[in-house]
Design a protein around this ligand. Structure first.
Ligand SMILES: [Zn+2]
Length: 191
């Protein structure tokens, strides 16, 4: 009796054992061709052409690429010159600009994850839609230094701005209204 197959277009990611996953998806001819090409080019390093190993390398390259673009995490950081009216710590005083080297260091230190820690020690696990958060807000004199910057997801960045400025006065950039979705505690209330 044949085992029921999942719909072909739906990817399957199923844990088989601790640290082992079965990943199944449908590839088009182009993707298949790329895979064969990668197998050929990696033949000396991956003799058996293991697809899992090749996909792992492809994803590593993709993530490096995305990280570089998003957080300016270049392999060879440019030195901040002493000129151009920069402060001692590589920042432009009173500027909202966050130097690329600060972004890169903060992102690496926080592990590409929201660094919000609740009172009970729980740390947010969000890795998408991250923003650079001023611990001491810019308008309160906080500078764009490694010490004063942390990664935050959108919810926690807005949440902490609200905590600092008070809900009534806080208006996120680019919006006219108040912040309606911040935390689970105020999500239920009217906005
Ligand atoms: Zn968060």
């Amino acid at each position: 009796m044949p085992v029921a197959q999942p719909p072909a277009h739906r990817p399957v990611i199923a844990p088989l054992a601790p640290q082992r996953y079965k990943v199944q998806f449908t590839a088009n001819a182009e993707t298949h061709e790329k895979l064969l090409r990668a197998q050929e080019l990696l033949r000396s390093q991956i003799p058996d052409g293991d697809v899992g190993e090749i996909v792992d390398r492809a994803l590593t390259a993709l993530l490096n690429n995305l990280t570089k673009r998003k957080f300016a995490a270049t392999e060879r950081p440019r030195e901040s010159g002493p000129d151009r009216s920069r402060g001692k710590r590589g920042t432009v005083p009173r500027s909202r600009h966050i130097p690329a080297e600060v972004k890169r260091t903060v992102w690496a230190r926080d592990g590409g994850q929201c660094a919000f820690v609740a009172h009970d020690g729980w740390r947010c696990t969000e890795r998408a839609f991250l923003e650079f958060h001023h611990v001491v807000p810019h308008c309160a004199g906080g500078e764009a230094t490694v010490e004063n910057m942390e990664l935050r997801c959108r919810a926690h960045n807005g949440f902490e701005a609200e905590m600092f400025f008070g809900r009534r006065n806080y208006r996120p950039r680019g919006t006219d209204g108040d912040v309606s979705v911040m935390t689970s505690s105020n999500r239920s209330g009217p906005s």
